[in-house]
Design a protein around this ligand. Structure first.
Ligand code: SF4
Length: 261
């Protein structure tokens, strides 16, 4: 399957979106009636390559598949933390080859990471929590990736974490990161989908997936911080399992009720 570049986003469509005085909440009402496929198309029609799909897991490949099917321009990046499973790295290359789409692989800032590991070792997160390591290996590279864009598309779903994503909107103004302009728009086309709907789409469309899913892994992050879960466990229970908090996030998604007006 080939990404067709022959339907670029139009500057007028983007201008209409950005200059419109309606609030993000109003756009949300419009978008919440659309299917994920239509939401992806809606975003790409306005932002094209300046809208990036953040790729790491099964949901993100579903979004790449929808974007590729749309024939519109888009971009993709992923965060190579340096601690991913080999299977995940091979999966990234399989997606690149399957969709013939460039994937911008973001690495952590070398000096800061070396200093951190020198001071605290390679497994400090088991002692004092994952936030510091995630901040260096994930959040800072994400900040750089987003700094050149106007919008991004994520695979977040409400049912991934009722505590942190239970009220997730389809469109948000990103409260945690800056793009290249005044506003950074964040689209969550799968917000209302369940895990079953994601996997149904994967099977129906023969979407590539990470082989670790065949070994009981459901939500897949870095190797030292991810483990398989039992069928009756929630998918996030396999992430940072030594931490008790129900609010398990790595800092990539910061939510806040913000209106664009
Ligand atoms: S998931 Fe674990 S290894 Fe990966 S960045 Fe976070 S703390 Fe570090």
């Amino acid at each position: 399957m080939r990404l067709s570049p022959d339907q670029p986003s139009t500057p007028q469509a983007r201008e209409d979106f950005q200059a419109n005085t309606r609030s993000v909440q109003t756009y949300n009402q419009e978008l919440s009636t659309l299917s994920p496929v239509a939401i992806v198309e809606w975003a790409l029609a306005r932002f094209g390559r300046d809208c990036a799909i953040a790729f790491s897991g099964a949901e993100d490949v579903v979004l790449i598949d929808m974007a590729a099917q749309s024939g519109k321009e888009f971009s993709v990046f992923c965060l190579d933390t340096g601690r991913l499973h080999p299977e995940t790295l091979e999966f990234v290359e399989r997606v690149r080859s399957h969709y013939q789409v460039p994937i911008e692989v973001m690495s952590p800032e070398r000096r800061a990471l070396e200093e951190f590991v020198h001071q605290k070792g390679l497994f400090s997160f088991y002692e004092d929590g994952h936030n510091e390591c995630c901040s260096l290996r994930k959040v800072e590279p994400l900040r750089r990736a987003l700094s050149t864009r106007d919008a991004w598309i994520t695979g977040q779903r409400r049912d991934q974490s009722p505590d942190t994503r239970g009220t997730l909107d389809t469109l948000e103004l990103d409260a945690g990161f800056h793009g290249r302009g005044e506003a950074l728009y964040k689209f969550n086309p799968l917000a209302k989908w369940t895990s079953d709907q994601v996997w149904h789409y994967i099977r129906e469309h023969s979407v590539p997936c990470n082989p670790l899913h065949d070994h009981g892994f459901r939500s897949i992050g870095c190797a030292p911080c991810t483990r398989p879960v039992q069928p009756d466990q929630h998918e996030r229970e396999g992430r940072w399992w030594w931490e008790a908090s129900a609010k398990k996030e790595c800092g990539l998604h910061i939510t806040e009720q913000v209106d664009s007006n």
